[in-house]
Design a protein around this ligand. Structure first.
Ligand SMILES: NC(=O)c1ccc[n+]([C@@H]2O[C@H](COP(=O)([O-])OP(=O)(O)OC[C@H]3O[C@@H](n4cnc5c(N)ncnc54)[C@H](OP(=O)(O)O)[C@@H]3O)[C@@H](O)[C@H]2O)c1
Length: 410
């Protein structure tokens, strides 16, 4: 009888926990903060929250300068707070229609404190670039569930972020579709039985092109992604395949594996989101329509699965699924990704900073498309490498690399 009672209590607690993992006794909706709510991932995340009002509520949201879009989101979701980082943009936006329920924080530095408040269950890190590092680290240090889209955080400071997550009891869940796929496929086996992971890549708009042919690519051409609709920086990263390089480094830290346990395969249809290969030769993958709302939702509901507001797979039509090896010569960024994943230390901060500056220069037509990767290559290979940097050393490597990349000339 006691045993029966115990197992009933256990099942009951598991059920309640799956509804609200941070608070086992109260079935209130999960309180979510979305950093970068006005971006591509941010708006997809709000769509997921909109679809599950009984399970999720927006507690706080932040943007950089999109004041009007942030205000509209606040009017719809009525969060407790919003934060606009750019003060000039905050002054230029009229927040008169903001509800009394929502507090506005203008200027830098607020979100780092706000994400640590006890009522926050989950922080979605969807800022673009290294600017995401500080608020993401703050959420990690407060022991939150962190749904991480901002791969640059792990590229720059993967060792520190993962160490602090373990020490502070934070859970980091991947949002990137490839890493979400790997995370799901890893549940099919045990870590010691893992042989390698295989990241899929669409190949971007210049798949099959030579390096020479890519010299004349314009920003307009590079901003056209064949399968994904994303923010401008990641779209350019996908065209150079630097995005895959950053994902190699992200995977190294997220899954605690070595660079030689990671491979890349070109899959133009973006339907298979990555593979895991076990030592018996079994290969497990996760597949779905290319829509970021699915991996975002999974990071919010794990281990549970809910109906998702994205299109289902149409099994009535023929659909070829191609797999090709990547062209490492045409896309030298991939080699840099493997190199940095193997080396660690300050190299991720330097690669990421160079790439952010180079993408910005390319979008301003200040450098050619093929020079984006060239800048990162040149600067990465003459920086003063530190194997076990502190956070301060990572910031200073980032600053140094940004200055070098801004003045780089072929
Ligand atoms: N888009 C995708 O499908 C996708 C897929 C996988 C991973 N990711 C990763 O997710 C992250 C976001 O990508 P995205 O495509 O959503 O980018 P995005 O559309 O450019 O949106 C970026 C968001 O970050 C905010 N932001 C920009 N600079 C900021 C700063 N200095 N401080 C604070 N907030 C800032 C922006 O605010 P404003 O609107 O005010 O500028 C916006 O809300 C990136 O790390 C990307 O690699 C994206």
């Amino acid at each position: 009888m006691t045993e029966c009672c115990n197992s009933f209590c256990y099942l009951f607690l598991r059920l309640i926990r799956s509804i609200n993992p941070r608070n086992p006794f109260v079935t209130k909706p999960q309180s979510i903060v979305v950093l970068g709510s006005t971006g591509s991932i941010g708006t997809s995340c709000l769509d997921v929250i909109r679809s599950h009002p009984e399970r999720m509520r927006l507690l706080g949201a932040s943007a950089f300068r999109s004041g009007k879009a942030l205000l509209e989101q606040a009017e719809e979701f009525q969060p407790e707070w919003i934060s606009l980082v750019d003060e000039a943009a905050a002054e230029a936006t009229s927040f008169d229609s903001l509800s009394e329920k929502t507090q506005l924080f203008a200027g830098p530095g607020h979100v780092e404190r706000l994400v640590q408040q006890p009522e926050v269950d989950t922080v979605v890190s969807a800022i673009v670039g290294a600017a995401g590092l500080e608020p993401t680290l703050a959420a990690v240090e407060a022991g939150k569930r962190v749904a991480i889209a901002n791969k640059e955080t792990l590229v720059v400071a993967g060792s520190i972020v993962t160490e602090r997550a373990a020490a502070c009891g934070a859970t980091i869940l991947p949002v990137d579709s490839e890493h979400s796929a790997i995370f799901q496929a890893l549940q099919a086996g045990r870590k010691p039985d893992l042989r390698r992971i295989i990241l899929t890549a669409s190949g971007g708009p210049f798949r099959g092109w030579t390096r020479d042919r890519m010299r004349d690519v314009t920003p307009e051409m590079a901003l056209q992604h064949p399968t994904w609709d994303m923010g401008p920086k990641i779209t350019i990263d996908s065209a150079t395949m630097m995005n895959k390089a950053l994902e190699i480094i992200e995977a190294r830290w997220l899954f605690g594996i070595t660079a030689d346990q990671i491979s890349v395969v070109i899959h133009p249809q973006s339907f298979i989101h990555s593979f895991v290969e076990y030592r018996d030769g079994s290969v497990i993958s996760q597949m779905s329509h290319p829509d970021m709302r699915l991996p975002i939702q999974y990071a919010l509901t794990f281990p549970e699965r809910l109906p998702c507001p994205c299109p289902d797979t149409d099994w009535s039509i023929s659909a070829p699924l191609e797999l090709h090896p990547p062209d490492m010569e045409a896309f030298p960024a991939l080699q840099l990704g493997f190199e940095v994943a193997a080396r660690g230390g300050t190299s991720g901060a330097v690669l990421n900073a160079c790439n952010e500056v180079a993408v910005d220069r390319f979008l301003r037509s200040d450098i050619r498309f093929d020079q984006i990767t060239q800048i990162s290559h040149d600067i990465l290979h003459h920086h003063t490498f530190e194997a076990q940097p502190t956070l301060e050393q990572l910031y200073s490597a980032d600053n140094w690399a940004r200055e070098e990349a801004a003045r780089w000339n072929s």
